[in-house]
Ligand binder design. Structure first.
Ligand SMILES: [Cu+2]
Length: 162
């Protein structure tokens, strides 16, 4: 048995700011699907003002109550912007990006780039959305984490997409 199979690098989802990517790359960035095995983790590489929120297995984008919001609580942006705050079946809520360290130099730089790591112990199909309301509602910023059973054979990787 090849033990290296169980030490594959963590899967990544990159969340970039729209202004730093062209339209084609946005589509592939935001409508992202990653596959991992149960017991693995996903690294969310966040460039700028975003907030990953993960929902339980089988949650669909249309299930999210986008009217259930709170607002950012940090000094920037001003005025605050709405963050989706639907707790139903939510299993992870990322950091409020407005509370990340800011450099208010000239020109001001926003030090919101970060990595958030989420552990997935159980198989399933997990919806990940950006909690910035406008990013999810207007830009369709979401992705899927498919967590496969922790089997040793790779046959599961060949199963159908839906
Ligand atoms: Cu976003």
């Amino acid at each position: 048995m090849d033990k290296r199979r169980n030490s594959s690098p963590p899967q990544l989802i990159r969340i970039r700011s729209p202004e730093t990517t062209n339209k084609r790359r946005r589509a592939s960035t935001f409508l992202n699907t990653v596959k991992i095995k149960a017991g693995g983790a996903v690294n969310f590489i966040i460039g700028g003002f975003h907030q990953p929120i993960v929902y339980e297995d089988k949650t669909k984008p249309g299930d999210i109550n986008v009217d259930d919001t709170t607002t950012t609580t940090g000094p920037t942006p001003s005025p605050p912007v709405p963050l989706i705050d639907d707790p139903a079946n939510r299993i992870y809520r990322g950091l409020d990006p407005s509370l990340q360290p800011l450099d208010r130099g000239s020109p001001s730089a926003f030090l919101q780039d970060r990595v958030e790591v989420v552990f997935f112990p159980k198989p399933g199909k997990y919806l990940v959305i950006c909690g910035i309301s406008g990013h999810f509602v207007n830009d369709g910023m979401y992705g899927i984490v498919r967590v496969l059973p922790p089997k040793d054979d790779e046959a599961e990787d060949e199963e159908e997409e839906d």
